[in-house]
Design a binder for this molecule. Structure first.
Ligand code: ZN
Length: 493
């Protein structure tokens, strides 16, 4: 038994409920109180006056994809063409070269051909739905392009080819990723990884081999392209072991704002099209029915305002298996019709607060008819919708404090304007969206809050998040991360 002492434990069951000490045994909380020193324990852990929460979860990300981003050269925050070309030139190693995090700033296949015309150069866009490539890659993959820019399924074809790593490399990506997540105080994530690399079985094996060595509560979404492999594998739905669950079936109803492939209710500003729908798979009715025939919920990528209305109607037409919830990932633009529909379906919303600061105001400017609700997490929560927060890493940095900042401050990184201030959540609501609510997505009653019998997963901060000036959230505040009663990360003093 261990006694964790000298701290403030926020249970997150109710606002302001705290304790000073917690005792755990074999990975579970056995006692909570303000002085437990009368109980005999084998070990006392002094938390130095810090502030403890239930382990933070990231409810939508890509664990291996994030590892990949940490592994490859990046164009993050590079907005000048000549600067970008310099970085790509330096990254070019005489072989197929991938560079991450490109913000479309107008580089073309001709620009990249200057660096190499004989080897492929691939720039993965920040939104992960497009790539910009040189002529060699266009020729090799025989894909449609516009000035070297390749969209959606064609882009996927190229990045899947790149993801054919050997097992050791995939394990390295996992390790890089989870070490970084621990350092951000994350104790678990719901992740979409099983399709993009060497296949369902070999990718799942990486998680099965690594998770016991690097404890991290992982739920893996089953991408619709590997659904048959999953069904044949005999793996259960949900718990494989205490660290690993199989999750719902991942599908993409539409694309992204940046690529103008999100499906809107009116044409894009200055364009004649509304974006794409039924992106992957291209028969959604059939795909949802197939999932239902195997008693599985779905997790659907939805960005455009019309896409949200459409998907709600489909989930009403083909309801989730009894007792289970579907998931809608993103859902950042909403109108009243969608809000009313959402209230009728058992659904979790996987939202990304950091998209607000990254995408405002340019994404809103793409609408010819602006949606009434923009990143409307407060409205959703006030209507009792279940909203979990996440980073969609590698798209955003998986630092939950940055997500909390965006949820409560709602300020654009580009023009510093506040977006719909009435949609700001409270600190309690924001933390709940990283703890209690996403834990519901695991269907475990003993996760997401601190209570007797609950798992000993804790995120420890150096400062009290309640009452803190939000600007401090940009500082490295994580003191310690504990998963299954094991200290997996400890900040340098
Ligand atoms: Zn994603």
């Amino acid at each position: 038994m261990k006694r964790y002492t000298n701290a403030t434990f926020y249970t997150m069951r109710f606002e302001n409920e705290t304790y000073k000490e917690i005792i755990t045994d074999k990975g579970y909380i056995t006692h909570m109180g303000n002085d437990l020193s009368n109980i005999n324990t084998d070990e006392v852990i002094d938390l130095e006056g810090h502030f403890v929460f239930p382990g933070f979860l990231d409810c939508h990300m890509h664990i291996l994809g994030y590892g990949q981003k940490l592994f490859y050269p990046s164009l993050k925050d590079v907005y000048k063409k000549d600067e970008a070309l310099k970085i790509i030139k330096k990254a070019y190693n005489g072989q197929t070269t991938l560079v991450e995090d490109y913000a479309p700033i107008g580089l073309t296949h001709h620009d990249l051909d200057q660096i190499s015309s004989t080897q492929m150069i691939i720039l993965r866009h920040q939104d992960y739905h497009s790539v910009t490539v040189n002529s060699k890659a266009i020729e090799f993959f025989k894909v449609e392009h516009h000035q070297g820019m390749v969209l959606e399924n064609d882009a996927q074809k190229i990045t899947s080819f790149l993801g054919q790593y050997d097992e050791q490399t995939l394990k390295k990506l996992f390790k890089l990723s989870v070490e970084s997540l621990w350092a951000y105080g994350i104790t678990g994530a719901h992740s979409d990884d099983l399709y993009y690399y060497t296949g369902f079985k070999s990718t799942l094996k990486v998680f099965k081999d690594m998770l016991p060595k690097m404890p991290f509560r992982t739920q893996l979404l089953v991408h619709h392209h590997v659904l048959n492999d999953y069904l044949q594998s005999g793996e259960p739905f949900l718990d494989v072991n205490p660290y690993l669950q199989m999750g719902p079936v991942k599908m993409f109803y539409d694309g992204t704002m940046g690529s103008k492939t999100a499906y809107l209710s009116a044409p894009y500003q200055g364009e004649t099209h509304q974006g794409f729908k039924e992106v992957s798979p291209n028969d959604f009715d059939q795909a949802i029915q197939f999932a239902r025939s195997h008693h599985l919920p779905v997790a659907v990528h939805v960005i455009g305002d019309q896409a949200l209305v459409d998907i709600c109607k489909l989930l009403i037409k083909y309801p989730a298996p009894k007792g289970l919830y579907d998931r809608i990932i993103h859902a950042e633009w909403m109108n009243d019709e969608a809000l009313e529909l959402l209230k009728k379906i058992p659904v979790f919303i996987d939202a990304q607060p950091q998209f607000l600061s990254s995408d405002m105001p340019w994404a809103l400017d793409l609408f010819s008819k602006k949606p009434k609700y923009q990143f409307p997490w407060k409205t959703m929560m006030d209507h009792q919708l279940l909203v979990g927060f996440s980073s969609d890493a590698p798209v955003e940095t998986p630092n939950p404090l940055l997500g909390i900042y965006d949820a409560i401050v709602r300020k654009s990184k580009h023009d510093n304007q506040i977006c719909q201030p009435n949609e700001a959540t409270t600190m309690f609501e924001a933390i709940k969206a990283y703890t209690k609510t996403p834990a519901m997505f695991t269907y475990h009653q003993n996760r997401g809050t601190l209570d007797i019998g609950h798992i000993a997963d804790f995120t420890v901060f150096k400062k009290d998040l309640f009452g803190l000036n939000p600007e401090y959230l940009k500082e490295p505040l994580v003191a310690m991360t504990i998963v299954d009663d094991k200290i997996v990360y400890q900040a340098n003093k």
